[in-house]
Design a protein around this ligand. Structure first.
Ligand SMILES: Nc1ncnc2c1ncn2[C@@H]1O[C@H](COP(=O)(O)OP(=O)(O)O)[C@@H](O)[C@H]1O
Ligand SMILES: [Mg+2]
Length: 257
């Protein structure tokens, strides 16, 4: 479903250039949930933004559903590939009702049947019809993220790119949204690429994971190996110990490599 070769993203030029992504390869099969983990600043969001066409300054090869992609994505591309962002408040227009947020993509893509589509997708993300004419500020953080997921799903895409979809939420709400995303994936046969700095999230949501550091893939491994701590890579081991609390010994051990 997704094939990436030597993806490179550089911001700026010359001495000021920031090499955010440095030659990454990815293969994600149809129906798979693939994770990308790494510390803040390692280039995870930049990879997703390049995949979805939000960042035109990339080189390399990107193919989505077998179609080679160029800088500018045709409108039809967004019927197969959608992104969900970390901050559901920032990503929803504050002066639009839920109804308008959901009807806009339907109109842009001339799908018709807006009423039915909106009611159905709200129900699918666990929101009743009473939410349809509310504004984002009248929703809880979890409800807002459900609306953001609904907006991504209303075009019935095959692929969801999820950028830290629960990082802005309270811990109790995180599990609700993760369970929703798991259910939707199985019901709709979706393909996920999920970016997070949280190894527990990736262990719960994904089958395979790429570990990124400084714009490169350090290692790609089955999530089962990550859970079992089976990795030969110092950086992955350090991430593992950091996720179980700050482990000074592990960090010092990593530094000595
Ligand atoms: N639009 C941009 N302009 C300049 N630098 C950017 C831009 N977006 C991201 N970066 C830089 O690229 C690097 C990777 O960022 P990002 O992909 O957001 O990392 P992550 O999502 O893993 O935290 C960081 O050094 C960041 O400051
Ligand atoms: Mg990010």
């Amino acid at each position: 479903m997704i094939r990436v070769r030597d993806l490179t993203v550089t911001f700026g030029h010359g001495a000021q250039a920031i090499h955010a992504v440095r030659g990454i390869d990815l293969d994600v099969a149809e129906g798979e949930s693939f994770g990308i983990v790494g510390e803040s600043g390692s280039g995870k969001s930049t990879v997703l933004r390049a995949l979805v066409g939000l960042n035109p300054d990339w080189t390399g090869e990107i193919a989505i559903a077998g179609e080679p992609q160029h800088r500018k994505r045709p409108k039809a591309f967004y019927r197969s590939c959608q992104m969900v962002f970390q901050d559901p408040y920032g990503s929803l227009h504050p002066r639009y009702t839920v109804d308008r947020i959901l009807s806009e993509p339907i109109e842009i893509h001339r799908l018709g049947d807006a009423d039915r589509r909106i009611v159905d997708v709200l129900r699918d993300v666990g929101l009743g019809p009473e939410f349809r004419f509310r504004f984002p500020h009248q929703l809880s953080g979890g409800q807002r993220q459900r609306v953001a997921v609904a907006r991504a799903l209303v075009l019935e895409p095959k692929i969801l790119l999820l950028d830290e979809p629960t990082s802005a939420l309270d811990v109790s709400v995180q599990a609700e949204i993760l369970n929703l995303l798991r259910r939707l994936r199985h019901e709709r046969g979706l393909t996920y690429v999920l970016v997070t700095h949280n190894l527990a999230v990736v262990a719960y949501m994904c089958e395979r994971v790429a570990v990124m550091n400084l714009g490169q893939t350090v290692e790609e491994l089955p999530v089962a190996d990550l859970r079992a701590g089976q990795t030969d890579h110092a950086y992955t081991r350090q991430l593992l110990s950091a996720s179980q609390g700050y482990d000074r010994q592990a960090v010092e051990g990593y530094r000595s490599f």
